[in-house]
Design a protein around this ligand. Structure first.
Ligand code: TXA
Ligand code: MG
Length: 310
């Protein structure tokens, strides 16, 4: 029996399975099992009122979990699923309080990674309806983009029968764009690599830009933090880690952790570079933020939170 079918069986049996997605690794549980989902919260050390994203195998499974799906949400799903986008919709009865953190909505995503898609397919064939999965890190910490980062982060909290699937490096590197699809127009709750322009193009609508009152854990001010202190847009001191676009020279005495050539590469290497700072026992990392729109907005969002120790 191959590893993916064992993992699907483990999920059905109420075990946890960490799996790769194109954004970051997720810590998965059967979204219908209250006890399995409770273990996700415990393993992450995450407060129970923070909702989880339900990962589904394909767009036609949306209506299992959502009671109403506006036309523009269908347009988004058609344009960008499988992909790095989570849609928030009115929930159906299947989406219990223990998955939604008592909210009346549910977050849904079809991830675009061959291992995740195979796992979802095998799980569906066994009767499963969705895999609830937050990023596979301890609460507030940097999301993992490799299987090794997952085992470093959560290995000690996992139990016999739990599994970690290795699918290589997560290509996108930062978490999915979260879009609230319950109003007349889509509203971004967490920026990601599905950009404002992409959303407006697929829906022919302008984004709703009013302030959101929804609880999104990634929106807490102190999040995505390595042990090292993250400082933005300032000259590094001798011995500081340093991350900037490749065209920026390394200031004297700084320890270069990444030199991305493009925004895509910046997002892809960011979290691993922050982890590298910790494994090199650096106490400070200076990051020069990328400028511009599109993906740069999402990168700056994560950096701002990573730098906020408050
Ligand atoms: O790329 C991703 O989205 C990754 C991979 C594993 O899919 N997952 C991820 O999960 O980042 P997590 O739990 O670390 O962040 C999901 C965010 C949380 O901030 C949560 O509050 C929000 O999604 N969320 C989930 N369901 C929601 C809902 N019904 N209403 C509002 N926010 C929701
Ligand atoms: Mg997370």
């Amino acid at each position: 029996m191959n590893e993916i079918s064992s993992a699907a069986k483990a999920l059905v049996a109420g075990k946890l399975v960490a799996f790769p997605t194109e954004t970051v690794y997720g810590l998965g549980a059967n979204a219908e099992s209250e006890s399995a989902v409770a273990r996700v919260y415990k393993t992450k050390g995450r407060p129970a009122d923070h909702p989880l994203i339900v990962h589904i195998a394909s767009q036609d499974q949306m209506t299992n979990w959502a009671s109403t799906v506006p036309e523009y949400a269908i347009a988004l799903a058609e344009a960008y699923w499988p992909g790095p986008m989570t849609l928030i919709l009115e929930r159906s009865k299947l989406a219990n309080d223990f998955v939604t953190g008592n909210q009346n909505s549910v977050g849904l995503r079809v991830p675009n990674h061959p291992v995740a898609l195979e796992l979802l397919k095998a799980f569906t064939e066994l009767g499963g309806k969705g895999i609830a999965a937050p990023s596979a890190n301890r609460f507030g910490k940097v999301s993992p983009t490799t299987a090794k980062a997952v085992s470093d982060e959560l290995g000690e909290f996992m139990e016999p029968g739990d599994m970690i699937l290795d699918g290589g490096f997560s290509e996108v590197g930062i978490e999915s764009t979260i879009i609230d699809c319950r109003g007349d127009a889509p509203k971004i709750l967490r920026p990601g690599s599905i950009t404002i322009e992409m959303i407006e193009k697929a829906t022919n609508l302008s984004l709703d830009e009013t302030e959101s009152t929804l609880r999104v854990s990634g929106a807490l001010d102190n999040h995505y933090s390595p042990k090292a202190q993250v400082l933005l847009d300032q000259p590094p001191l001798i011995g500081d880690g340093f991350i900037a676009m490749a065209n920026v020279e390394t200031p004297e005495g700084a320890i270069r952790l990444a030199s991305p050539q493009t925004l895509d590469e910046f997002a892809r290497v960011l979290y691993q570079s922050l982890r590298d700072a910790d494994s090199q026992l650096l106490t400070r990392v200076v990051v020069w933020q990328p400028i511009g729109n599109g993906l740069a907005i999402a990168i700056r969002d994560r950096l701002r939170r990573a730098s906020n120790k408050g």
